[in-house]
Write a new protein. Sequence first.
Length: 94
Amino acid sequence: MEEKNHKAEHRLQLLKREKGSFTGVRDVNSFDEKEISLVTEEGILTVQGEGLHVTRLDLEKQEVDIQGRVDSLVYSQGIAKSKGGEGMLKRLFQ
């Protein structure tokens, strides 16, 4: 099979600081009700707030939707490599 090496366009849309939609997401590092850490095409994106939930996750399409009160969005440089080269969700569902 041919491996996909295309770089998806990274976009984010935030509606009333309550609902977010992100594209260009390679992986989810971690998430809880106060913080969601996403590996994007533009680096690590940390979303902080209250009552945060991942409502839709499609890593094949590189899309994530979240819900909850968003207080901050912060980018870090570089792409984090998770343990064993696999993301947290892949490890959970093995």
